[in-house]
Design a protein around this ligand. Structure first.
Ligand code: URA
Length: 186
């Protein structure tokens, strides 16, 4: 399915969180990108603009990508686990993630990246799946694992969510190291 069709399907689906949000936040970037970046959920800026990572976290992400020699929009496609902003930026609930996840998996299948980068706990835990113990992003970051998306094996590299580096600046170097590793892997 083409990305355009997936967008239409999301808009037609009666997804949790859609009622409170201003805009659906689908994703952006190269439709053939080697790197598929997965965030958690839109925040206030993303909800207003209908684009992922356009606020402060987005600045950190863009800066990290460029420091790692990755060209945003050419090397990357960026999307979130959930497509609508949770009220007051609360964490998305498991049932909400489960309802939105099939669309993310369709997006990954359409882009067919060489690597998936999961940002933070929510996205990384989702890809680890129910059969594996997830011991938190601090432990798990930087270690790649494989995941099956619609019959295709993909490598996933978990790293910190850019928002975490806004709270703890000491994480920034590791975040950029992980993105450097992504560049080496593609
Ligand atoms: N945080 C996310 O996880 N996604 C966004 O789009 C913005 C902030």
């Amino acid at each position: 399915m083409a990305l355009r069709e997936i967008r239409d399907e999301i808009l037609q689906a009666d997804l949790p969180l859609s009622e409170e949000a201003s805009n659906m936040v689908f994703g952006r970037g190269n439709h053939d990108a080697p790197v598929f970046i997965v965030g958690e959920a839109p925040g206030e800026d993303e909800d207003r603009e209908g684009e992922p990572f356009v606020g402060r976290s987005g600045d950190v992400l863009s800066d990290g990508l460029s420091q790692a020699g990755l060209e945003e929009g050419e090397d990357t496609y960026i999307a979130n686990m959930v497509k609508y902003r949770p009220p007051n930026n609360r964490d998305p609930r498991v049932d909400e993630i489960q309802a939105h996840a099939p669309f993310l998996l369709e997006q990954i299948h359409a882009v067919h990246p060489a690597i998936i980068v999961s940002l933070g706990n929510t996205a990384s835990e989702f890809f680890k799946g129910d059969d594996e113990v997830f011991s938190g992003i601090t432990q798990e970051r930087g270690e790649t694992f494989s995941v099956d998306v619609h019959g295709v094996e993909h490598r996933v590299l978990p790293t910190f969510h850019p928002a975490a580096t806004l709270y703890d600046a000491s994480l920034k170097d590791t975040f950029i190291d992980d993105l450097n590793r992504v560049r080496e892997l593609i």
